[in-house]
Every structure is written in structure tokens, then in C-alpha cells.
Ligand binder design. Structure first.
Ligand SMILES: Cc1cc2nc3c(=O)[nH]c(=O)nc-3n(C[C@H](O)[C@H](O)[C@H](O)COP(=O)(O)OP(=O)(O)OC[C@H]3O[C@@H](n4cnc5c(N)ncnc54)[C@H](O)[C@@H]3O)c2cc1C
Length: 431
């Protein structure tokens, strides 16, 4: 029995029969051969930034920390092949040295590339798609130890499955991403009246490259985060300014609000209004990857749903009504992001321009009633849950929401017929 493994939020834990740390494709193959002869299931776990039990196992846990090399770079096409365990922050810095960047990213950079794509990690931007959609090829090692390089030229169906594969098809050894020339972003954060922000959502969303909205329950204020690509030179913030802005203002002030909500819940609305009143306008101009990523020090748990873009304003108003109920004691903002439609089989944005709505709660509070109430709203829009964030769906409720559900099942039958790469979560959501 290996030692206990816990996720980032420290609310998912398991004690695997063995933890393996392969450093090459050959070692990945050996891990799978050993697991097969012991008859044990296999799951990869990466940076543990999923809030669901997606990475848990009592069988063999494979950690890809030693698989972090860049294998090939083609500057002309922007195609970059890297080993699966590379952490996004490291990859971003290496790409920048090569004059390259991801065309879009999420709001932290601590995940591994394989971990991020396996659950469909996304950022925001009405014209842009998730990190998974930027993947051009996936190198898998299958349960029998055979290697399979999947690309659009070879097996399009398998690629559309493996780009968000939940770790249920095989172990990812390497990923080829299509990058773009490095670019700079100007981000402006500004508070606006909530009613105005929701009424002008389309205009705001399409008026910048990467638009994001933070809506604070109990207040009439929304923080609009508008990011535009610019030719202006980057003006990196000093470490002291980053600390002041992200750690003190966002994490520390947010942390105080959460603590107050825990101890003196009746005060939460007043404190939230006070925090909203002092939130000011700020501008950041820097390389894209430094603007996209922020430092998250408060540990929370989260649920996020993808719904059709056209429902955004109505859905946010309904979620706000739920979040304002005193029994839920919500001190976290609601986060609203956007993405262009894509074609991936298990993508939240499959076939529809998408709005992502996410809700957060302190892990020490009873988050389930709040999340269930929000999920009921999302169900009314045929919402699709983020695979790495909490939800209460199972295969029967999920299947009708994904037009290519059966195709994913067929690829899974083909690549992992013996169900080596399963766990309780996979059984629940894939059936
Ligand atoms: C603070 C915070 C901020 C976040 N921000 C965002 C955001 O902006 N946007 C967003 O969409 N999500 C966000 N998330 C969710 C997060 O991006 C996803 O849950 C992501 O999957 C976590 O990646 P990981 O490297 O930690 O992988 P893990 O959570 O450890 O694993 C995720 C899945 O990947 C599989 N996997 C990992 N490596 C391999 C491999 N080599 N082969 C096969 N399968 C593999 C695992 O089996 C598992 O199924 C955030 C999470 C946190 C905690």
C-alpha cells in the first residue's frame, strides 16, 4: 500500500496500492505491464487540481512529474510536442523563450498539460476555445502496453475523444499543441453596476478578446475583466506589485470575507458590499501567459457548468438569487466566462458558443445544498459540468447532453476494452 494522495483542495483522498513515477515512454509501458499482471486498475494523477474524484484510485496511481521534456518544436507551424507531465507554468515560460504561446489559457498555471486537457480546462474569450481544442495530436500508451499516436490525419474520432478523455482511454505520454506567436495582453479590471454589466453582456464579451465577469452576491456590483491583445511593450508587474494585487487584495481580502462568513454569517452581505465598494480599476500589460495566470491561495471547492451563450444573463441572475439565500452563506463571487463552440466529444462547448458559470464555496461549509440548487438551474439549460469540478450527474443524465456521446463510448471500447483505466468517478459518469 502506498502513502495517501490528496488533491489541491484537500477534500479528495485515496490510498493507492502503488504509486509509480515513470520517466520515459518505456517506463510507462513497464508500469502498465506490471498493473496488468497484478490485475489492478490504473489512474494517472497530475497536479491534483480537480475538485472531483476523477483522479482517485485504489489501484496503481501513475504520476508523470518526470515526464516534462519538450520533444519537438516547429516554429513555422507553431506545433510543439511535449511530454504529458509538464506543468503549464513551466511550458509557458519555455514557449515564450521560443517566441510562442498558447492562444488561450485558464486562470492558473499549476496544472499539467495532460491533466488540464483531460478534463477540458478552458479560459475565456468568445472567439477562442479550450486548451484541449488547441491539441493536434496525443500519444497514448494503452492497457496492453502498445503505443498509439493519434492525430487528425490518422484517426479523427479518437483525437476528438482523447483531447478530453478523462484519463479513461490510456495513459497520455505526449501531447502536440498548436501554439501561436507570443503576444502581449492589456487587461483592464473595472467595477460596473451589475444591471448594466448583465444588460450589456454581448457587447462587453465581443468588445474584448478575453472577457470575464465576477459577480458578487449581496451586492449590485460586477467586476469586468477585459483583456485585449496589444502591440504595446509588456510592462511586467514587479513581484511586490503582484503580491500586493493578487495575494493581499484578492486572496487575503477574499480570505477575510470567507472567514467572516464562517464565523459571523449575518455580516457577509454587509462585508461583501464594503469589499465591492472599495474594488478599484486596475490595468496590467504583460505577456499573455503572465496575465492569464493568477495566484490562488485560498483553498475552496467549486462547481462549473457550460451552457449555451444565449442563456448567460438570465442564468447569472438566477444563480445570484440562490447565492443570496442566507442559508448558503456565500462569500465567493460567481465567475462568468465564454468560449467559442468546438467539436470535441466530451466538451462543454461542443457545438454551441458557450458561457461558463462557476460557483465556489469554502470547503468547511456545507457546499452541497448550494451547488445542488445551482445545478438545478444549469439542468434547465442542458448544462454540461466541468469534468474536474463538482457535480452530481451520472451517465444517464449526461448522455443526452453530448451529441457525440456514443462515439466516445465506441472509441473507449476500442482503446480500453478491458476497462483498465477506470475508477468510481469514471463508472459513474461514463457508465
Ligand atoms: C485553483 C484552481 C483554478 C482552476 N482554474 C481553472 C480554469 O481557469 N479553467 C478550467 O477549465 N479549470 C480550472 N481548474 C480545474 C483544473 O484545470 C482541472 O481540474 C484540471 O484537470 C487539473 O489538472 P491537473 O494537472 O491538476 O490534473 P488532475 O486533477 O490531477 O487530473 C485530472 C485528470 O487528468 C488525468 N490525467 C492526468 N495526467 C494524465 C496522463 N498522463 N494520462 C492520462 N490521464 C491523465 C487524470 O487521470 C484525471 O482524470 C482550476 C482548478 C483549481 C484548483
Amino acid at each position: 500500500m502506498a502513502s495517501q494522495w490528496r488533491n489541491w483542495a484537500r477534500d479528495q483522498a485515496c490510498r493507492p496500492a502503488a504509486i509509480e513515477t515513470p520517466g520515459s515512454r518505456a517506463e510507462l509501458v513497464e508500469v502498465l505491464e506490471r498493473a496488468a499482471s497484478a490485475g489492478l486498475p490504473v489512474r494517472a494523477s497530475a497536479s491534483g487540481h480537480s475538485f472531483t474524484d476523477v483522479a482517485l484510485t485504489d489501484g496503481v496511481m501513475v504520476r508523470c512529474d518526470r515526464l516534462g521534456r519538450i520533444l519537438a518544436v516547429d516554429r513555422a507551424s507553431g506545433l510543439v510536442k511535449v511530454e504529458a507531465g509538464i506543468v503549464l507554468g513551466d511550458l509557458n515560460r519555455r514557449l515564450d523563450e521560443l517566441g510562442l504561446a498558447f492562444e488561450n489559457l485558464g486562470d492558473i498555471d499549476r496544472q499539467t498539460l495532460a491533466g488540464a486537457i483531460s478534463t477540458g480546462t478552458h479560459g475565456t474569450g468568445a472567439r477562442f476555445r479550450s486548451i484541449s481544442a488547441q491539441v493536434e495530436a496525443v500519444d497514448l500508451v494503452l492497457a496492453d502496453g502498445s503505443s498509439l499516436e493519434i492525430s487528425a490525419m490518422g484517426d479523427r474520432a479518437a483525437l476528438d475523444a482523447a483531447r478530453i478523455g478523462l484519463g479513461a482511454l490510456g495513459l497520455i505520454y505526449a501531447v502536440t499543441v498548436r501554439t501561436v506567436p507570443a503576444y502581449t495582453i492589456e487587461r483592464v479590471d473595472s467595477p460596473r453596476p451589475l444591471a448594466e454589466a448583465l444588460a450589456r453582456l454581448d457587447e462587453l464579451d465581443h468588445g474584448s478578446d478575453h472577457f470575464e465577469l465576477y459577480v458578487f452576491p449581496h451586492t449590485e456590483v460586477a467586476l469586468c475583466r477585459e483583456s485585449r491583445r496589444t502591440d504595446d511593450p509588456p510592462r511586467p508587474r514587479s513581484p511586490a506589485r503582484v503580491y500586493a494585487q493578487e495575494v493581499i487584495l484578492e486572496n487575503w481580502a477574499g480570505g477575510l470575507l470567507v472567514e467572516a462568513g464562517l464565523r459571523l454569517p449575518a455580516l457577509t452581505p454587509r462585508l461583501a458590499r464594503l469589499a465591492a465598494a472599495v474594488t478599484g480599476r486596475s490595468t496590467t500589460i504583460d505577456r499573455s501567459f503572465r496575465v492569464f495566470a493568477s495566484d490562488r491561495r485560498i483553498r475552496f471547492t467549486e462547481m462549473e457548468y457550460a451552457i449555451g451563450r444565449e442563456h448567460a444573463a438570465e442564468a447569472v441572475r438566477r444563480v445570484l438569487e440562490v447565492a443570496a439565500r442566507p442559508e448558503h452563506r456565500v462569500a465567493f463571487p460567481i465567475e462568468v466566462r465564454f468560449a467559442a463552440a468546438d467539436e470535441l466529444m466530451l466538451s462543454g462547448a461542443h457545438g454551441r458558443d458557450t458561457c461558463y458559470v462557476s460557483v465556489h464555496q469554502d470547503r468547511r461549509l456545507d457546499w452541497e445544498p448550494y451547488f445542488r440548487a445551482v445545478e438545478a438551474i444549469m439542468d434547465s439549460y442542458e448544462g454540461r459540468p466541468h469534468w474536474g469540478k463538482r457535480h452530481f450527474q451520472a451517465a444517464a443524465t449526461l448522455a443526452p447532453r453530448y451529441p457525440r456521446w456514443d462515439e466516445f463510448a465506441a472509441v473507449r471500447d476500442r482503446l480500453d476494452p478491458g476497462r483498465r483505466f477506470t475508477n468510481a468517478y469514471i463508472k459513474r459518469v461514463l457508465g
